[in-house]
Design a protein around this ligand. Sequence first.
Ligand SMILES: CSC[C@@H](O)[C@@H](O)C(=O)COP(=O)(O)O
Length: 363
Amino acid sequence: MKIDGTHYRSIWREADGTVQIIDQRWLPHELRIVALTNRKEFAAAIRDMWVRGAPLIGATAAYGVAVQMAADPSDASLAETWQVLHETRPTAINLRWALDEMTRVLKPLAPADRAAAAFQRAAEICDEDVEINHRIGVNGLEIIRKIAEAKGGGRVNVLTHCNAGWLATVDWGTATSPIYHAVEAGIDIHVFVDETRPRNQGAQLTAWEMLNHGVSHDLIVDNAGGHLMQHGEIDLCIVGTDRTTAQGDVCNKIGTYLKALAAQDNGVPFYVALPSPTIDWTVRDGVAEIPIEERAQAEVTHVQGKMPGGVVGQVLISPEGTPARNPAFDVTPARLVTGLITERGVAPASTKGLAAMFPERAG
Ligand SMILES: CSC[C@@H](O)[C@@H](O)C(=O)COP(=O)(O)O
């Protein structure tokens, strides 16, 4: 996507071979681009959320393997890199998907051939992600178009949670891709952006994306969505996912479940934008089987922002010493999901629906 006229991806390889990322910890206040040069830095970038969002975590891990292969292409190094990167964040399945995919490609090769093959496969994974998200946008656009037509061309109001935007992927985003496509198609669309405590990915990243792209939007506090739905101000919800099970349960940023409950109570369609690498075919019951990341208490007791004087920093908002819990994701059961917007089309959130859409993957 474009920032001030320049097209950026969230991760890319420079002509000199270095892997560059946008360090998202500083957005929206500063656009900082950094190079990741060794495995330790890749692990830190994923764990400490310089990059985040399920597809981007996967793409970053793929390049992390490639950089490590250039340093040490041995079998031991490949296996250890899988471990080191895999333990950085437990919930987004794209991480394991990308590490397994890199291992599948590299393991049969002679060590001397691994680095070049790894960089090539990492670049392909990035390009595939862009294409998948583009397709999700095309398929999701039809949902938005139908709502616009039903409203006689009136404004379509979309609620989204967290950042499932281009910053969470390599480009386009998942939940935002139908929105960007709708804007391009000339549909009058307005986006309600959940701030998404504790890390405020909505306030910091999605709002920034919408502003940059000239998309009409309002930032709302997380607790406002139900109220807006009750008053007919939301036509549909579109969110992303970090892991979707074979039966269509959706694990996404904490608070997604509450939005889905409010959507069902108010008859608001609740869609999930789902790239196929985000399906975990090995699990069925998301609540019972998906590991939920618990992050630092400080993310709850503090908020980050721009201080007077322009410095980006954190302020304590609770009494010093108050304990906090910080589960980073929750699971929305399939029964609350209207449809899964995939690169192949919109699937019902069910075992049958996903199996029909991806027959070659379903067990
Ligand atoms: C297209 S990204 C889908 C999800 O990864 C996104 O909604 C989300 O929850 C991101 O969480 P984060 O903790 O910022 O990595």
